[in-house]
Design a protein around this ligand. Structure first.
Ligand SMILES: CC(C)(COP(=O)(O)OP(=O)(O)OC[C@H]1O[C@@H](n2cnc3c(N)ncnc32)[C@H](O)[C@@H]1OP(=O)(O)O)[C@@H](O)C(=O)NCCC(=O)NCCS
Length: 167
């Protein structure tokens, strides 16, 4: 099930992000595990503003989440994570759809994100869900800044792209 995050669930989410990221070890990107997860402040801000959703198990345990931000008048999927043993069950796709629906409700026509090229559960996964890469020259200024901020954590720029999907 996908629903809005509750206040007492915020503290769980950085742990979920770190655990989900364990996957990157398998593709030679262990450095992602050393990067800071979404901060409690940004998650709490997302929750208060209705831009943070969780995926839950049948026992209502949080197993994943999506955080949307609105940098410079764009809708941006800032973080998407699903715990390893709950992956492959459609939670990721459902969280994307929930985020896209909210972006549409807010009046946006496009949802953006940045991700890794060539990692099966990143750009190819998003492509199968209707996203396409935005040519570098066409990146809105706010997204270029967002991208650079992410890269300042140590992401190798040449392996990353910004993608968009009409909502
Ligand atoms: C990206 C991520 C959120 C996807 O979550 P998910 O719940 O596995 O997503 P879904 O179940 O909707 O789709 C997973 C895909 O992997 C396939 N899959 C099959 N078995 C799987 C398994 N055992 N484990 C993972 N994926 C599996 C699914 O069939 C599906 O394939 P498709 O794209 O051809 O439909 C998750 O992999 C994750 O948290 N990764 C680490 C963090 C990350 O990369 N975040 C995105 C950063 S931009």
């Amino acid at each position: 099930m996908i629903r809005a995050a509750r206040p007492n669930e915020i503290a769980l989410l950085p742990q979920i992000e770190n655990a989900a990221d364990e996957r990157y070890r398998r593709v030679g990107l262990p450095r992602i595990l050393t990067m800071p997860p979404a901060s409690i402040a940004s998650l709490e801000d997302g929750r208060r503003n209705g831009r943070l959703w969780v995926a839950t198990s049948p026992f209502d345990r949080v197993v994943g989440f999506a955080l949307m931000k609105l940098p410079g008048g764009t809708a941006w999927l800032d973080q998407l994570s699903v715990l390893d043993r709950w992956q492959g069950r459609g939670f990721g796709a459902a969280l994307i759809d929930r985020t896209a629906r909210h972006a549409r409700e807010l009046g946006y026509d496009t949802l953006y994100l940045s991700t890794y090229l060539g990692v099966p559960w990143n750009a190819p996964f998003y492509e199968r869900r209707g996203f396409s890469s935005v040519p570098r020259g066409a990146w809105p200024a706010a997204l270029r800044q967002q991208f650079l901020r992410g890269n300042s954590h140590g992401h190798p720029t040449w392996r990353r792209t910004i993608m968009q999907r009409r909502v």
